[in-house]
Design a protein around this ligand. Structure first.
Ligand SMILES: Cc1cc2nc3c(=O)[nH]c(=O)nc-3n(C[C@H](O)[C@H](O)[C@H](O)COP(=O)(O)OP(=O)(O)OC[C@H]3O[C@@H](n4cnc5c(N)ncnc54)[C@H](O)[C@@H]3O)c2cc1C
Length: 413
């Protein structure tokens, strides 16, 4: 009988799993451990509203009263030191240990850093948690020069926010376009143009060799070709690494993330993993850490059910959103898969726009720029693998919503 569930990591996946366990009627103990000294909060706001100063703090994912009412033992500010899956025990910072029947690792990811000369200078920052966001926000302001190393999602979001705060913003990207990996070349180029229109300077194909400082503070970024640009603040935004430290230490083989099956179960019985830390199977093949909000939430619910013996495998379809230069961009599925790409909408101006990857008469992936309602419909097409052909989708008179009401899912036919 399961009476003791421990959750390590009090972010989105940890809090979602706790809520899901109670939602499914589990009335045993839940111990929720979080290294950060706060309740789980909305991490995406750290590069958006919180960084902009619109909100003083990130919104909590659940009210403090929920944890009390649900009888969850919250241990904020406690970093679990070690796990012992064989004995089903956790080692706590106090030196005490705690036994469990089931364990969920929801330790998330850590911002990747650059090991270059000057990387430890004051003002060379990363952005992952609330403390990082407050630190960056405190340094931004009119006239401050911010160099962002990495033109991915978080880099472009911060560029948008920092420009609004009056900072002089420069993105330094090693590839020949922004956002290539996550949004593809066409949308990447479109976002760059929007950011440039906001006054962001974008330098592509850059090779950074060092951060230069004076009196311990960063003053410039130096390039391999001898060029340099001045910078009061540098944000290194080059992606994240799933936090697998506890799992690795316990002897689990990890790649980028802890490998799990489609219910979140790792190679150790009774040890589940969800969220950014998990290397989770994908519906369309392969397995990886997805590092998105919606996937983390879905994985947490699946793992919670599996911990209670109600395993329902849920291979994931990647799903993400971002806000860049005032535009909401949403994605589902993988961009580099096979098939044909199709544009619906105002391709000339880029917004509203829907891009669909059609493979074997089904939409395998989609990207929306400001086409929120259509994207919701397309999401259902992708999830249900609804049978639909290229000529149908190409027809401007073709109404996605009507179509979805009338057609069965491809998997079901
Ligand atoms: C700035 C920013 C903006 C983002 N914006 C978006 C967005 O717009 N759209 C989107 O889809 N996704 C976005 N994401 C990604 C999204 O926030 C993550 O996918 C999601 O938070 C992952 O949830 P998680 O619970 O797995 O990890 P996290 O939210 O990182 O939580 C993990 C928690 O575990 C704690 N922890 C780690 N080790 C231990 C330990 N040993 N003991 C105790 N606690 C521990 C960590 O301190 C952390 O608090 C963004 C991420 C960042 C950083």
């Amino acid at each position: 009988m399961i009476r003791n569930i421990a959750i390590v990591g009090f972010g989105l996946a940890g809090a979602s799993a706790a809520r899901s366990l109670r939602g499914q009627g589990y009335d045993g103990r839940i111990h929720l451990f979080g290294e950060e000294p706060v309740l789980a909060y909305d991490r995406p706001s750290l590069s958006k509203s919180v960084l902009a100063g619109v909100a003083a703090e990130p919104p909590p994912l659940l009210d403090a009263g929920w944890y009390t009412a649900a009888g969850v033992d919250v241990h904020s500010g406690e970093r679990v030191q070690q796990i012992n899956p064989a004995q089903r025990r956790l080692l706590l910072p106090s030196g005490a240990s705690l036994s469990y029947d089931r364990l969920l690792l929801a330790t998330g990811a850590r911002a990747r850093t650059l090991s270059l000369p000057g990387a430890t200078l004051d003002g060379v920052l990363t952005l992952r948690d609330q403390a990082d966001s407050s630190n960056l926000r405190g340094r931004l302001g009119p006239g401050v020069s911010l160099s962002i190393v990495g033109g991915g999602l978080i880099g472009c979001e911060v560029a948008t926010t920092a420009r609004k705060a009056g900072a002089e913003v420069r993105i330094l990207e090693s590839a020949d376009e922004l956002l290539l990996r996550v949004l593809g070349r066409r949308v990447g180029a479109w976002c760059r143009e929007r950011l440039e229109a906001l006054g962001v300077v974008v330098q592509r194909n850059t090779r950074i060799s060092a951060f230069e400082g004076k009196g311990g503070r960063v003053r410039a970024v130096a390039f391999a070709d001898g060029e340099r640009v001045t910078a009061d603040v540098v944000l290194v935004s080059i992606g994240a690494e799933p936090d697998t430290a506890l799992a690795q230490d316990a002897g689990l083989t990890c790649a980028r993330g802890v490998p799990v099956d489609a219910t979140g179960l790792s190679a150790c019985p009774d040890l589940f993993v969800a969220g950014d830390a998990a290397c989770w199977p994908l519906r369309d093949g392969g397995q990886r850490s997805l590092e998105t909000y919606l996937n983390s939430q879905a994985q947490a619910a699946t793992a919670a059910a599996a911990m209670l013996g109600r395993a329902e495998p849920s291979p994931q379809v990647p799903r993400a959103w971002t806000e860049i230069a005032g535009h909401r961009i949403q994605t589902i599925g993988d961009f580099d898969g096979p098939g044909d790409w199709l544009l619906r909408g105002d391709a000339e101006h880029g917004s509203p726009l829907l891009m669909l990857r059609v493979q074997s008469d089904a939409v395998a992936a989609a990207l929306s720029v400001d086409a929120t309602k259509d994207f919701a419909t397309v999401t259902r097409l992708v999830e249900a693998r609804t049978r639909v052909t290229l000529p149908e989708l190409r027809d401007p008179a073709f109404n996605l919503r009507d179509f979805l009401r009338a057609r069965p899912a491809a998997g079901a036919s």
